[in-house]
Design a protein around this ligand. Structure first.
Ligand SMILES: Cc1cc2nc3c(=O)[nH]c(=O)nc-3n(C[C@H](O)[C@H](O)[C@H](O)COP(=O)(O)OP(=O)(O)OC[C@H]3O[C@@H](n4cnc5c(N)ncnc54)[C@H](O)[C@@H]3O)c2cc1C
Length: 404
């Protein structure tokens, strides 16, 4: 067990600087263009792959850090550069988290590298859980997976909604119902390998923010995947379903829920990066901008906003680092992962809104980046568990009761 410390080690400081330099030199200058184009920024992700920031080695290195802090530190810097491009670079990580969370070691070795490809030929991963009628309520999935014993294949049918990298990914990880009578306890995750017939992209969504990140429906029409694509394997699934039938509850979390729990501090770090970008920009602006013959920061009304902004940002970072450390060292007790994501996302929305206020009319225009940061921040109170769902998770953890 590693002691918790907010002092980063040499490696972490180096990674922080390395990612910051990339965010400053490559990501931020490209942010406006890709937000306007509302397209996946392939050239930037390819550049990230060339330097080793997009790829399986970076993820393994970050995830392998015993303190848990490397990933949130790197992610904060990347998203400080831009959240849309940041999500294009990090989106495959959700699929790999889904695979490593439930997959056998053989499945992890086979599929995780395929979610990233190589530095010369990148690939993408997508994690497909949500559906039009099952977002927060993931127990309500309609997508079905039926086992065909004759061919040892699973046949998948359904439509997934709002999927990051949906349809453009090489590897899609799909959560489907295998035993509808068991609802959330009757679900399993499948890898759909590259080029599998029957999987296609439905509508691409036009969004409020993180517009460089691709979000689309994924349509599964009689998609047949080999038995080995069931994550965790058939024996484990059969045992889990049998236990669920016996006890009415298997005691195991739904596959989607355990993935989201593990990734929450990292998602919080994404929101934190946006908030810090907005705070720094607003601070500089407030020192430069004059009104009534003095810099606007000389007014307590503006200075106190900035004081609140940095206090909330630092509080969010501490919650994120604590959660990331706990995830690696002893586990959560009071849903600390949810706390960190909840706090950072609400802070990010508030801080970016205050940044617009500090920039006044300029802040409201697309000439300045703060309006984009505000649009980008908003997604964090919605995806990977809305702010309401985070509070539900925390309430249940602290009370031990099924708060509804
Ligand atoms: C840009 C983007 C990218 C995404 N990427 C992915 C992805 O890669 N993979 C994936 O699987 N999904 C993805 N999603 C889906 C996302 O996770 C869902 O949109 C989210 O979980 C919310 O679900 P919903 O939209 O159905 O809202 P709903 O569940 O319908 O919620 C609507 C409102 O009701 C509230 N609410 C619902 N239930 C309760 C309750 N019990 N108590 C209190 N309030 C409640 C919610 O908090 C929310 O405010 C993405 C979404 C977006 C917008």
């Amino acid at each position: 067990m590693t002691e918790f410390s907010a002092a980063l080690n040499e490696d972490q400081l180096q990674i922080q600087k390395w990612v910051h330099d990339f965010a400053e030199g490559v990501v931020r200058p490209a942010a406006h263009e890709w937000d306007e184009r509302e397209e996946f920024p392939y050239p930037i992700v390819e550049e990230a792959a060339q330097i080793g920031l997009y790829g399986v080695d970076f993820m393994l290195n970050a995830i392998g850090d015993p303190s848990g802090l490397t990933l949130p530190v790197a992610v904060e810097e990347l998203f400080w550069g831009d959240a849309g491009i940041g999500m294009a670079i990090m989106g495959s990580g959700l699929a790999t988290a889904g695979i490593s969370g439930i997959g056998t070691p053989e499945q992890v070795v086979e599929w995780v590298p395929q979610c990233y490809g190589t530095a010369d030929k990148i690939a993408l991963g997508a994690f497909c859980v949500s559906e039009a009628d099952a977002g927060s309520d993931v127990s309500n999935l309609r997508t079905r997976a039926v086992y065909d014993e004759a061919t040892d294949e699973w046949v998948l049918n359904g439509t997934k909604a709002w999927i990051t990298n949906g349809g453009i990914a090489d590897v899609h990880v799909v959560v489907a119902s295998v035993a509808p009578d068991l609802r959330g306890r009757g679900q399993a995750s499948f890898v759909v390998p590259p080029g599998t017939p029957g999987l296609s992209q439905g509508q691409k969504y036009l969004k409020h923010g993180i517009r460089a990140s691709h979000t689309a429906e994924v349509v599964l029409d009689d998609v047949r995947v080999p038995g080995r694509c069931l994550l965790g394997g058939k024996e484990r699934l059969d045992a889990k379903l049998a236990r669920a039938r016996e006890r009415g509850s298997s005691g195991e979390k739904q596959p989607a829920m355990s993935t989201f729990e593990a990734t929450r501090p990292t998602v919080g770090a994404q929101a934190l990066g946006i908030a810090r970008a907005a705070y720094e920009y607003a601070l500089d602006y407030a020192k430069e901008r004059h009104a009534f013959g003095r810099p606007i920061i000389m007014n307590q009304a503006i200075a106190f906003k900035l004081a609140n902004m940095i206090t909330e940002i630092d509080a969010s970072r501490l919650l994120i680092w604590r959660a990331a450390w706990l995830a690696r060292n002893g586990g959560y007790k009071n849903a600390e992962g949810s706390m960190s994501k909840y706090k950072a996302s609400e802070v990010s929305v508030r801080v970016t809104e205050e940044a617009i206020q500090i920039l006044g009319g300029y802040g409201y225009t697309r000439e300045y980046p703060v309006e984009r940061w505000h649009r980008d921040a908003k997604i964090y109170t919605i995806f990977e568990g809305t702010s309401e769902i985070q509070r539900l998770v925390i309430s249940r953890a602290i009370s031990g009761m099924r708060v509804e």
